[in-house]
Design a protein around this ligand. Structure first.
Ligand SMILES: Cc1cc2nc3c(=O)[nH]c(=O)nc-3n(C[C@H](O)[C@H](O)[C@H](O)COP(=O)(O)OP(=O)(O)OC[C@H]3O[C@@H](n4cnc5c(N)ncnc54)[C@H](O)[C@@H]3O)c2cc1C
Length: 497
């Protein structure tokens, strides 16, 4: 079949790899002049800044994706496992490094938090491994047609129940550790999914498995090398990537089935199937105006957003500084209440400082570093005017860099606020899509197909399975599987038996 993919973000490129592997003729249409979408790059005054994801986990999913298109990941990308994966800095001044080797991490926990916590870590590791093994293939890496599909895996569901996976994440982590620093280290990942550890189901501990156990990785050349590698796999397999091609509408036949797309220059392209990776509610708003979007997409709870301050600095780093540095605020629960319930800035913010030039010196001039400073903030439903708040936030972040011991001799800078995320086409001004509350996860998250539009398939963080690099790569595979099912249905209709 001839398949058009709208969007050359990670999900669109992943879908293209799998579609090519299935033998389809594939063209990816991208609005911007570069691939990557949210995984973009900014080159400014000799500094290279990754503008989106910085924590890369589960490289095997990336390898699986390019392998589907006949490529070998090692030929396209050089990945390094970071050690430590994270340096965590706590409000009492202590530091704990999430070491790459589990024996080293155990020793670090014993040294910083005491031997009883290290014993808890042994049990926690075993639990995480079993959780991931039980959850990933049957519940994440799968297409759902209805809620009833959950019943198709009764053994796995019963096992998850026994593991306490439907209790809260906070409760699960507390079963293994009494030290509040470890509660943070092993449950902050809930924020990636837009929920607080007290609200999140323990199912989300699978994210801690992905970064702690399977490791945090960094590609040579920066994170943007990931979409470039995927794009290379697509073109090597015979796929086309057309940049600066904005899709403005879908062509549909009388029965509603998709027949192609319309482009901003007024031209049209025909297709047998279309994979759409626009943020899901925005896809309905812009391309499917005649259809009511799924209720969750319009009325659902959205993840908090973030401010990212890209700073090119001059000066040396202190020896303890790592590639990823998480600075936890003291009032942990208060931070989530502010961000999620009250839609306010965190009174005592937790922040991420990522320094890619520490791992790849080509990303900053000599004697300089490129810093990525991220603070989670409420999405645009909050009563905050970012035109005023942006400059104030920038000054607070500068003060934070200074007091936390980072070089703050600024050569160049660029601040990104929720207004910028909204302008790039992300609902509620958040790059993290619908929150992964229980009611917005698995089969309860908006489906990747809409029965009213046969031949149209969604991929990306607004649909199943969800947000983040591993999940959107999976969503690309699931989209290709939907196209394959559609191809079979079309063929069986065309050739009656
Ligand atoms: C600041 C930030 C930090 C993050 N941190 C992490 C992290 O550390 N680890 C992690 O795993 N994940 C992280 N994420 C999340 C991760 O980046 C996203 O989940 C993922 O990149 C989304 O990919 P996507 O393909 O769904 O969407 P996108 O990347 O948004 O791709 C959609 C594409 O469609 C294009 N497009 C839109 N409209 C049209 C149109 N009309 N016509 C043609 N093309 C169009 C867009 O230009 C874009 O290229 C982060 C994201 C951000 C922004």
């Amino acid at each position: 079949m001839r398949v058009l993919v709208i969007g050359a973000g990670l999900s669109g490129l992943a879908a293209a790899c799998h579609l090519l592997g299935d033998g389809h003729e594939v063209t990816v249409l991208e609005r911007e002049d570069q691939v990557g979408g949210r995984a973009g790059v900014l080159l400014q005054d000799g500094y290279t800044f990754d503008t989106g994801p910085v924590v890369m986990t589960m490289p095997d999913l990336l390898a699986r994706t390019v392998a589907a298109a006949g490529s070998n990941l090692a030929d396209l990308l050089t990945l390094e496992r970071l050690d430590p994966g994270y340096r965590t800095v706590h409000s009492d001044g202590t530091e704990l490094r999430v070491r790459a080797d589990m024996a080293d991490l155990r020793a670090e926990i014993a040294a910083v938090c005491g031997p009883s916590q290290a014993a808890g870590f042994d049990a926690f590791l075993g639990w995480l491994e079993t959780l991931h093994e039980t959850e990933f293939a049957p519940f994440i890496d799968t297409n759902y047609n209805s809620l009833l599909d959950l019943l198709a895996q009764p053994r796995a569901a019963a096992r998850l129940l026994r593991l306490g996976a439907f209790g809260t994440l906070d409760g699960a982590v507390r079963r293994f550790f009494t030290d509040p620093r470890l509660h943070k280290v092993f449950s902050f990942q809930a924020l990636y999914a837009g929920v607080s550890p007290r609200q999140a189901r323990a199912l989300l501990a699978v994210i801690a498995y992905m970064d702690t156990v399977r490791g945090v990785w960094f590609p040579r050349g920066g994170m943007h090398a990931i979409p470039r590698a995927l794009a290379e796999a697509v073109t090597r397999a015979g796929g086309m990537i057309a940049l600066e091609q904005s899709v403005t509408g879908l062509e549909r036949d009388a029965g509603g089935a998709v027949r192609g797309v319309r482009l901003a220059d007024g031209s049209a392209l025909s297709a047998d199937a279309v994979v759409c990776t626009l943020d899901l509610p925005v896809a309905y708003e812009r391309l499917l105006r005649d259809l009511t979007p799924p209720r969750t997409a319009t009325r659902g709870a959205y993840s908090p957003s973030c401010v990212v301050w890209h700073v090119g600095v001059r000066g040396a780093l202190r020896p303890e500084v790592a590639h990823h540095n998480i600075h936890f605020g003291a009032d942990w629960n208060g931070a989530f209440t502010a961000l999620i319930r009250d839609r306010r800035l965190m009174p005592d913010p937790s922040r991420l400082v990522t320094i890619p030039s520490l791992s790849d010196a080509t990303l900053a001039p000599a004697q300089g570093h490129s810093l990525y400073v991220l603070e989670p903030v409420p999405h645009l439903d909050a009563d905050l005017d970012w035109r005023d708040e942006g400059p104030r936030m920038r000054d607070r972040l500068l003060g934070f860099l200074d007091t936390s011991g980072y070089p703050s001799d600024i050569v160049t800078e660029h601040l990104v606020t929720p207004l910028d995320w909204a302008a790039s086409g992300l609902a509620r001004g958040t790059p993290f899509a619908l929150a992964h509350t229980f009611r917005q996860s698995g089969p309860l998250r908006p489906s990747n197909v809409d029965r009213r539009v046969p031949g149209l398939v969604f991929a990306g963080s607004g649909t199943q399975p969800g947000v983040g690099i591993p999940m959107v790569l999976v969503s690309g595979r699931l989209a290709a599987q939907r196209v394959a099912e559609y191809a079979v249905r079309r063929t069986s209709r065309a050739v009656p038996v």
